[in-house]
Design a protein around this ligand. Sequence first.
Ligand code: M6R
Length: 605
Amino acid sequence: MCGIIGYTGKGNAAKIMLDALELLEYRGYDSAGIALLGGNGMRILKSAGRVGDLRKRCKGQDTGGHCGIGHTRWATHGGVCDQNAHPHRFGRVTLIHNGIIENYKELTEKYHLAGKLRSQTDTEVAAAVVDHFYTGDPYSAIRRTVLKLKGTFAFAVLFDDQPDKIFAVRNVSPIVAAITPDGAILSSDVAAIVPFTPDYFVLPEFHVAALSPAGIELFDLSGDREEIVWQKADWDVGQSGKGGYPFYMEKEIMEQPKAVQETILPRIRDGRPDFSEEGIPDRVLAECKRICVIACGTAMHAGLVGKSLIQAMIGIHVDVVMASEFMYNDPVVDGETLVIAISQSGETIDTLEALKFARACGSPSISIVNVRGASIARVSEYVIYTNAGPEIAVASTKAYTTQLAVLYLLTARMAAARGLWSEKTLEGFMQELKRVPDVLKQVLQTKEEIHRLAGAILHARDVFMIGRGLDYSILLEGSLKLKEVSYIHSEAYASGELKHGTIALITEDTPVIAVVTQEKLKSKELSNIREVQSRGARVLLLIKEGEALEEGEGLSCVYRLPRMEDPFMVMPASVVLQLIAYYVSSDKGLDVDKPRNLAKVVTVE
Ligand code: M6R
């Protein structure tokens, strides 16, 4: 969490950083700030609120200069206020930080900082420690500081007497850097770099990068120079804008047919699923005795769909574990457990740490990641990239459906590797998978109808969502989507579970969204719908086209989903749920892309 930017070169540093902070704002938007180092010394401008507020704060101020660092914050230590906004300055040192310094209290005591700090942040303590060690040698000060820190960090540091230079160091939290046509830039992620160049590198952990207008040098902590390993970003700048949509979320929902297509097609060869580009040997898929999926939030919900698919079609046991709980439940993973880590950003710290633990236990691992070169991709034995392109809205949409697409492919490849399916079954499955982009297009063409349906819950206080099996899995995601972007309380329940308590909350006019897409569960699901209706619930039903509903079923709202084979129905149904959440949020006039208290990349535990 938190977005970091640093620029030094011939350009206008303030302008470059403010523009970049807007691109990074999805990483946190509690406050923003910049520090400029130049002829007029150090100037820091910062304010609580969005980058837009910082721009206002900069108006009429001296923002000239060619070297600076900037930050957009997701608050961890210390409330949301101007004082706690980054950059933080102590003595001759000004820095920005993403991460958490766990031993900041001990450091405050050890270096007698009480009474000298102006903020409540752990970051200012780190600035003070760097200043304590600074005797004119930035590398030594950084090295000695880093050895004292416990926790995660990505720092960009300016020293008053090192004009035009930015120093960066990190542990876990990401930093990427690049040479621009007129200088050098660093950032938390490539989103802010691609407008300048596709070539970048990931700063290795516990290494120091020194940026100057002449370029970038890389050193290990003992001061030895190291070669930079360059990578190429494959996101073009055009993909990063809103493309005429009012919000990124809508744009990203609309991009799903293409994103899914681009995720599936390169992995189909001669009609069969193929992971040879990723170098995944069939033995990894054929020999594992069980699977453990680790992920958070939306990615974890994708894992739940994967569990249903794999258990039903391959017949091996799959656990889906919230990565944030993984380490605290004495995980049992071993060489026979295939660990699948799912993450859009590839930086979610809980998923990353869980994956590292599983690898240390000898588990083979595959990660499903969207952002190229992200930490989770690097730690994993094998990586399958979802080709969703940049996902900027905090609420995940196209990342989710592309994660599902990869899970379908993996299921099919696993079945083939284990010799479980006939050629005909495999062919039928792959044909149906290839239909998904067109089916999603069909759903998206009905978005105005979905908009009208969303009106039914616009003023609701609580919304319940019910379904069974795969339908329940996608409702968990639909409910998360609604909660996070519309602030309406919502719960997804396995319909059969309602009677064990929750049905007590259903009263006259309670809105209930029900999804019925699985033939084998249909009659039970419809009975559960009748149960809530007879308690007064207002039901919005998502059901396959052509499914008969009995006279008197009394459903006020029905949305007909385009027909697919049952295992694939989660795709069109998920898109309808995403659109419902989106329209409720935008019709309420909320900031759809940046819901309160959230950030897109969760790099703190
Ligand atoms: O980047 P990741 O996929 O690892 O992020 C995990 C969750 O934070 C994320 O899926 C989150 O739940 C969604 N952005 C919510 O829409």
